[in-house]
Design a protein around this ligand. Sequence first.
Ligand SMILES: [Zn+2]
Length: 287
Amino acid sequence: MRQKRAKAYRKLMALYSMSFGFRQPYQVLIDSEMCKMAISQNIDFVKQLGIVLQGMVKPMITQCCIHELYLQGKAQQPAVDLAKMFERRKCNHKEAIAGDDCVSSVIGDTNKHRYVVATQSQPLRVKLRSIPGVPILHVNRSVMILEPPSDTTLRAKALVESEALNPSTSEAAKLKAAAPAPPEPPKKRKGPKGPNPLSVKKKKKVADQQPATKSKDKDKGKAKATPKVIQSPAETNAVVGEKRKRGNDDEPVDGGREEKDAHSGRKRRRKRKGTTAAEPSDPPSIS
Ligand SMILES: [Zn+2]
């Protein structure tokens, strides 16, 4: 047997041992066709079983299977002789039934006695693949082959492993009670922490200036005055005059002038424009 295949079989039998409780000596159920094949292919059957399963083996045959061989007469005497060497498995079938049916009845739904089955019957092999944890052997061109695990077997293995890893429902409940509640994730602020620091600075400026509206206006006047000084001294004087008026009144821009120019709305507007825009032509008109 090639090393690669030997390794694969060793791993496979380890799977059956770990997940399904198979132990040496492995009990191998052998059907009548397999006995005949062993004789016709001149296989040292028991030795081959030990090599493939990589351990001690206990070859077995059911009463019904050996009965099948008896029925085939003298021609199958060597196969009968081989079968007689095996341990007889009582199947309790009062009247012998077909070998396949007998083997599948012995295996049952769960293969609770952990048999390995050596059979040449294709339908029986298909049937056994649907039962978890049944190693299946067959002979192909005088080579004994251990089938790869069936999907059912692999699913059962995964289930066993998950049960071993995960706590049961009662255990999970206990764990849940013991474990502290996970801390709530901190809430994310949607907006910025506070007002923009730049905006705060601006507000401070406004707050400083607001109570002293008059002084602001004065400043305005001064700001206006500086460029106007360059233009003409008369204009600067006029601006100063305005400033004085404003200093006296709460509403410096409109109040004083409104009284003066109450009769004409247009004029008033013009003068207001003049104060805001500080057109050089306005101050002379006031004076
Ligand atoms: Zn039987």
